[in-house]
Design a protein. Structure first.
Lengths: 80, 497
């Protein structure tokens, strides 16, 4: 089931509307955002996904992580 | 026969006691504004210009003739053709944003002309409405004929009649400021905050920018408009003084709210023009320097004059001077086909200048421009590659200001999600959320572009969104001024594969 989300990639100048599937892993979701913002921000690894101020397990799916339509998530680069 | 000194005070102060209706029926709070006060509290309302209609017409005639003379001398298409390309695109921004916004000012002033609480106020608001009608007609007269030079100038008439995302944001702002506003809030928000705080001084700055860019037509136009603004802006001051006396918290709220709303829109209109769409050797100052010298200092003096406090978000606003319009410009460049004017990439010399003027966050912005430049190097310059250097995923917008979620910094975007009455909203910043929560009934039902797409009201595919909903065509949508053909990129069009 499609889930529209507000994605913010660290280093970018604008938030993007990312259409996720609830079965997507959070890693796939983060990669979607990196690709969508690649005109402005070079994709780098490792990446981290933050939702409700928590760093999430990238192996979880969108549904398992509890992301709902029009929620915000952030993708940060670097290993800190 | 009465002398001017004898009849003018009688004509200006022509209030009377009502015999068969109540005063609150003649001036209902819902449209005259709050707090509702009896006429005795407004009878000393005064302004310094004290103009008669005849004097008004004589003065305006002289000003119109001066604009016409400059137009005849230097306003022809062949003169405009000589202007630098980036500046020409700054003109397209103002050609679209200015005239019909001024027309909404006619409506707001006419509300004051009927529902203002003192006859001298109503007289001045009548002149204010005539002023704003003039400010509609002059730019339409000067800019719209330029569509023979460039079809993007068609947006002088078209802009406010479209659902282009920037038009949606501008309408959201001006409809609340003027069209749907009561007389008290209109005159405080428009005369004190917008005109005294921003446009009166902004037009002085824009005139100087136009002069540096050898655009004497635009210089004359904004100078002429500014002289009207300086007069009718005086209406708001005695209104604010009266509200401060009776409800200072409400007065503070109105000033805080409208300064923020004005800042959002004008940082884009003026910030982009000064720091990106004016040739480097013609920039008399940076946008931040302009704001500090012309807007911030003056606004603080106005607050002091009325016994008002600085808005609670003041430190945040000062921080935004360093970054907000830069984030908007880079975002807009990468979605330029959604707009009706063309963009330029800041080259090495411009970026060096921007780094000097904006050292605080420029490293992050420089990385963005380097990445965009690299895309042009990869695909090569040329109009056929425009959309290869363009965003394809839907950008997002604030549910209050309707502008892109480009606040904060590239490292820390300040967008915030709010659940309210069973719906989710997103705001670019804390002040936008604060304004929403003070008057949710006013804003809650408005849909931003993303919500319109998700509800099926607007097309989801970018090409359809541009042509069917934003009223753009491949000829008129925004492009890179040089189609990516910059010497400093190291890949010229002739040598590109």
């Amino acid at each position: 089931m499609p889930v529209p989300l507000y994605g913010f990639l660290q280093g970018d100048t604008v938030g993007l509307l990312i259409l996720a599937d609830d079965s997507d892993t959070l890693e796939a979701l983060a990669r979607k955002l990196q690709l969508a913002a690649s005109l402005r921000v070079a994709a780098t690894d490792p990446l981290r996904l933050v939702y409700h101020d928590k760093i999430m397990d990238l192996a979880m799916t969108v549904a398992q992580a509890g992301l709902e339509a029009l929620d915000r998530f952030d993708v940060l680069s670097g290993s800190k | 026969m009465l002398t001017r000194e004898e009849w003018l005070p009688l004509a200006r102060k022509l209030d009377w006691d009502y015999s068969y209706v109540r005063e609150d029926e003649v001036f209902p709070e819902v449209i005259s504004g709050r707090p509702w006060l009896p006429r005795s509290e407004w009878k000393d309302w005064e302004e310094s210009f004290k103009t008669s209609y005849r004097e008004y017409v004589d003065n305006q005639y002289e000003k119109d003739m001066a604009v016409q003379a400059v137009h005849d001398a230097v306003g022809r298409i062949e003169n405009v053709e000589k202007l630098a390309l980036p500046w020409l695109n700054s003109l397209k921004v103002h050609a679209a944003a200015l005239p019909l916004a001024e027309f909404t000012g006619v409506i707001g002033n006419l509300r004051g002309a009927r529902f203002g609480r003192d006859s001298a106020w109503r007289t001045m608001a009548t002149f204010g409405a005539l002023d704003e009608y003039r400010h509609t007609q002059i730019p339409l007269l000067l800019f719209h004929p330029l569509l023979r030079l460039d079809s993007q100038f068609d947006w002088a008439h078209k802009f406010y009649h479209t659902n282009n995302w920037f038009a949606v944001a501008a309408r959201h702002f001006f409809d609340e400021l003027t069209v749907g506003q009561n007389a008290i809030e209109f005159h405080i928000a428009t005369n004190v905050v917008l005109e005294t705080g921003f446009t009166n001084l902004q037009f002085v700055g824009l005139a100087s920018l136009a002069r540096e860019s050898s655009d004497h037509m635009f210089e004359r136009m904004v100078t002429s408009i500014q002289t009207d603004e300086a007069r009718h802006a005086q209406i708001g001051h005695p209104v604010l003084a009266t509200i401060m006396k009776h409800d200072p918290k409400y007065a503070q709220y109105l000033v805080d709210k409208w300064f923020w709303r004005n800042w959002r829109l004008f940082s884009i209109l003026t910030g982009l023009s000064i720091d990106y769409l004016t040739a480097l050797d013609q920039r008399p100052y940076s946008f931040k320097e302009f704001m500090e010298e012309w807007i911030i200092d003056q606004f603080l003096r106005t607050l002091d004059e009325f016994g008002l406090e600085k808005p609670w978000y003041w430190d945040l606003l000062l921080d935004e001077l360093d970054i907000y319009h830069h984030m908007i410009y880079a975002s807009a460049y990468s979605y330029r086909a959604t707009l009706w004017f063309n963009f330029v990439i800041p080259g090495p010399a411009e970026r060096k200048w921007l780094r000097q003027k904006y050292p605080k966050y420029w490293d992050d912005m420089d990385a963005v421009w380097e990445q965009i430049s690299e895309r042009w190097r990869t695909v090569g310059p040329g109009s056929a590659n425009e959309l290869a250097v363009h965003g394809t995923t839907m950008p997002t917008f604030c549910d209050l200001c309707q502008l892109p979620l480009s606040a904060g910094t590239p490292r820390n975007n300040t967008a915030r999600v709010l659940a309210h009455d069973g719906r989710k909203y997103i705001f670019c910043s804390e002040p936008c959320q604060w304004i929403f929560l003070r008057e949710p009934e006013r804003y809650a039902s408005h849909k931003d572009i993303v919500k319109r797409v998700l509800s099926g009201e607007a097309p989801a595919q970018l090409p359809n969104l541009l042509t069917e909903y934003f009223n753009l065509t491949p000829d008129t949508w925004g492009k890179d001024v040089h189609n990516g053909d910059y010497e400093w990129l190291g890949v010229r069009k002739d040598s590109a594969a």
